[in-house]
Ligand binder design. Structure first.
Ligand code: ANZ
Ligand code: ZN
Length: 837
């Protein structure tokens, strides 16, 4: 084995070996040692770039470790394949989105294979195929049966020119992203999932999850629980107007009320003279996004309705206004305004000259100007007012959530059709389960228009009365597709059910879920909700889908932007950082690699130049996997040089050690050999701990590099033991296998083995071999030796550690019972002396 390291000569054949030996197929029946590892499945668009490697290579390394460690690993992959980009690409290119999607999938698979990233491909799923979306439709029906799917009117973005509803992401500065038309808001009946029914459970169960704290915090904020009170105000016209407040203690300071423009009482409250103005205000508010309406320091606007209500606490007559800083979707859509203590109300009161009455002493927090409750101390105020409200029948303590129901309707072609029928006689009727899937109609230029334009699709018979009826023409948000795919993998090829409950209970929850933090809220919350809903209906025994979550950081790369137009690829940047097209000075910033910014590095080129193992190794080495980090070609070359060094060492050494067939014990080795063996065990321990713990794989690569260099030095040692060298090679190659699988397979083979290194198992370190040589330290109490400590050599130099070890020693602590230590002296490497009298 004297040839140079040439990755291309070794890589290809191992890809086939892994597949032939089915090394990545889980044994679904044997679940005792099961481990469900899951990477978030990708949206198959374009090509993979080096930044994507952060996720997939990390996952592959973990999975290879788990397999070697003896776990029965379920490691599936699939495609989140419905959605807008496919539809847009299809429109642009005049072809079917399915064709475009499967082309991308083929490309992704090729790139995974090139990286040596392997999955259990027998379980592949694609959400755009009828054998998958049939069960997404089934899920919809289950939610409908449980009262968790309902239809209600909601605002959509509508483009007149394109004659279609747009997703929020397609509206840029209030205009259609495609044609530039001003987007209209239209109210349409749409489907929702009642995720709010699970708000409290979604919050409570976060506690049992091994997820990054910041992700839990994001979910917590998104759910947005607020404790407060509901207080019922009465308008002079008799209408009851409940409000939600987190500050019931400020009730006496409520000097006016504000209703959201959409509040259903606005019409009946507004006086005839003021109606035109109110109506106009409502119309303008309808065109604004929620974000625009809630920006804190924005100028407050509003209109008076002409109506008054009575503050139930003090009987004061207070005006009722309409203003867009109050949202219909939160609390009750109406507020009691307390301008003395709420900033937004304060700004509003100043703008419209409304009275401001202070009811809380600003120094002590005590209630003032509050009738019978004046003088209540701050810390009791909220509870006292809630009790008072309940006694008077005016309100009660309550909880409010920011979380809204999930709007799942999309008026698009490329999605799962909602399995519902509208019958003029029977109303809304679900499609019977045995008639699923409701197939997407095959149309020649799909996408531009929604399903409502395909008349053959719309016309159907009512499943209940058999009369003429119309299909629902909405498709489901793609987040519905991805909210349950982790369940489908256990039964990917089952055409009788969405998933086998027994298998699901055996394999789930997912043991480790790895993906981008951009999914910290929606995807993860929706998946948790779906699992809980299925749990409540008895389909699954668990109520959380992902036990542990790991979010990998992004890889960044310089992005060049020409101030006059587009992004320029770093390789095209002209002399002196000028735009190659117009000569302008380019702006550079470090951004996450992305095709749209043209700052991507292609794995194809890297693999061509350095081989897949070097790219893998560098990707895992570049930094803590959960942190953002910049790609560096130099770092990439460093990884490649490291592999070259190990390769040449192997070329030199393997022929000499291949015959050695026993393992030396510590005692048989000289001090240099002992140190190396100790380092070997320590490196195994280090890697094992990282893989099973915090996943700091970058530190594992560093440990491997450090160990390899000690090993290189040992090989120069005159009395190097060939049995030790053989053991080092065996373990080193196995330890490197998760990181550099091709390289490791090749050396494993050259060590004389015929099976895959994955089948060789993970080395087991010996805890006894970890300790350095020990030193004996006598411990005296009042001048008499009472114990002898055996401590590792490095600890013997540390006086503080010796003192601690002495005090913790059983015999010593027993003797010290009830006595007080006056002096404690440790002499490094010599003794510890304790004086009690
Ligand atoms: C009186 C008051 C006095 C309030 C005070 C706050 C401070 P969080 O904490 O986010 O839950 N509010 C209630 N419903 C609203 C809606 N639909 N749109 C806009 N604002 C609404 O916010 C709760 C507070 O926000 C409530 O308590 C209410 O104002 C306002 F010194 O009531 B508060
Ligand atoms: Zn009917």
């Amino acid at each position: 084995m004297s040839e140079a390291y040439e990755p291309h000569r070794i890589e290809e054949r191992w890809r086939d070996v892994w597949r032939e030996r089915r090394l990545f197929s889980a044994d679904m029946e044997a679940a005792e040692t099961k481990y469900y590892y899951l990477n978030m499945f990708p949206y198959p668009s374009g090509k993979l770039h080096a930044g994507h490697g952060r996720n997939y290579i990390l996952g592959d390394a973990i999975v290879r470790f788990l397999i070697m460690r003896g776990y029965n690993v379920l490691n599936p992959m699939g495609w989140d394949a419905f959605g807008l980009p496919a539809e847009n690409a299809a429109i642009e290119q005049g072809r079917h989105p399915r064709e475009w999607t499967w082309e991308n999938i083929a490309e992704f698979k090729r790139q995974f294979r090139a990286w040596g990233v392997e999955y259990d491909w027998e379980r592949e799923v694609a959400t755009c195929e009828p054998d998958y979306y049939r069960w997404t439709q089934w899920l919809f029906l289950k939610l409908y049966e449980a009262g968790l799917a309902y239809r209600a009117r909601a605002k959509t973005n509508y483009c007149m020119r394109c004659a279609t509803v747009l997703a929020n992401e397609q509206v840029v500065d209030g205009r259609c992203e495609r044609c530039g038309c001003v987007v209209e808001k239209r109210e349409l009946p749409q489907w929702f999932f009642r995720i709010t029914a699970y708000a409290q459970q979604l919050l409570d169960d976060l506690e049992q999850l091994e997820w990054p704290e910041h992700v839990k915090k994001m979910q917590e904020n998104w759910i947005g629980r607020s404790e407060g009170a509901e207080v019922v105000f009465r308008a002079e016209g008799g209408q009851e107007i409940p409000v939600f407040t987190t500050r019931p203690d400020t009730l006496w300071g409520a000097t006016f009320m504000v209703l959201a423009p959409e509040h259903p009482l606005v019409e009946s409250l507004t006086s005839t003279e003021l109606w035109p103005e109110v109506e106009e205000y409502r119309r303008r508010a309808a065109g604004k996004t929620e974000l625009e309406r809630t920006v804190a320091d924005r100028e407050k606007t509003g209109v008076f309705t002409g109506a008054y209500a009575v503050n139930p606490a003090n009987g004061q007559r207070i005006p009722i206004w309409v203003a867009d800083y109050v949202m219909m979707g939160y609390g009750s859509g109406a507020i009691m305004a307390v301008p003395a203590h709420d900033e937004r109300d304060h700004a509003f009161a100043l703008e419209y000259g409304l009275p401001i009455v202070s009811v809380i002493d600003s120094d002590r927090g005590t209630m003032i100007n509050s009738g019978p409750l004046t003088g209540t101390p701050g810390e009791e105020a909220v509870d006292t007012v809630c009790r008072w409200l309940a006694e008077k029948g005016l309100g009660k303590a309550t909880v409010s959530y920011r979380l809204r129901d999930w709007l799942i309707s999309r008026q698009r072609y490329w999605g799962a059709p909602i399995p519902m029928v509208h019958c003029p006689v029977c109303g809304v009727v679900p499609v019977p389960e045995d008639e699923l899937p409701v197939l997407l109609p095959e149309v020649s230029v799909p996408g531009k228009l929604g399903l409502s334009d395909v008349s053959e699709f719309v016309a159907t018979c009512c499943p209940r009365c058999g009369g003429e009826a119309a299909r629902d023409t909405d498709t489901m948000d793609t987040f519905v597709d991805s909210s349950w795919y982790y369940l489908r993998y256990v039964s990917a090829n089952d055409d009788a059910q969405a998933f086998d409950p027994e298998l699901a209970n055996r394999w789930l929850p997912v043991d480790l879920y790895v993906g981008g933090v951009e999914h910290a809220i929606l995807h993860l919350l929706y998946s948790r909700f779906i699992t809980k809903a299925l749990h409540a209906q008895g389909y699954v025994a668990f109520n959380e889908p992902f036990r542990r979550l790991f979010t990998q950081g992004m890889i960044t790369y310089p992005a060049y932007r020409c101030p006059t137009h587009h992004w320029i690829s770093p390789s095209a940047v002209g002399e002196g950082g000028l735009c190659p097209d117009c000569g302008e000075k380019l702006e550079v910033s470090l951004l996450a690699m992305s095709k749209s910014k043209k700052n991507v590095v292609s794995p194809d080129l890297l693999i061509d130049r350095y081989g897949a193992d070097a790219e893998r190794l560098y990707t895992l080495f570049m930094g803590p996997p959960d942190r953002e980090i910049e790609w560096s070609e130099e770092g990439m070359r460093g990884a490649w040089r490291f592999l070259n060094r190990v390769w040449s060492l192997a070329a030199e050494q393997l022929p000499q050690v291949v015959e050695a067939d026993s393992v030396p014990s510590l005692e048989e080795l000289d001090p240099v050999g002992r140190q190396l063996l100790r380092d070997l065990h320590r490196t195994v321990k280090k890697l094992t701990d990282e893989f099973e713990g915090r996943l700091g794989l970058n530190t594992c690569v560093a440990a491997l590099m450090e160990f390899s260099s000690s090993f290189g030095a040992y090989c120069q040692h005159a009395a190097a033991d060939s049995r030790l060298m053989r053991q080092v090679w065996e373990w080193l190659v196995r330890m490197m296998a998760p990181f550099t699988p091709f390289f490791s397979e090749e050396l494993w083979h050259r060590l004389g083995y015929t099976e895959s290194v994955l089948e060789a198992g993970w080395p087991d370190y010996d805890p006894r071999a970890l300790a350095s040589d020990t030193v004996e330290i006598p411990v005296q109490i009042d001048g008499k030796v009472r114990a002898r400590l055996q401590v590792p050599a490095d600890m013997a130099d540390d006086a503080r550690a010796l003192e601690q070890a002495a005090l913790n020693h059983d015999a010593i602590s027993a003797r010290l019972e009830g006595r007080s230590v006056r002096r404690l002296i440790a002499v490094p490497r010599k003794m510890v002396s304790i004086v009690t009298q």
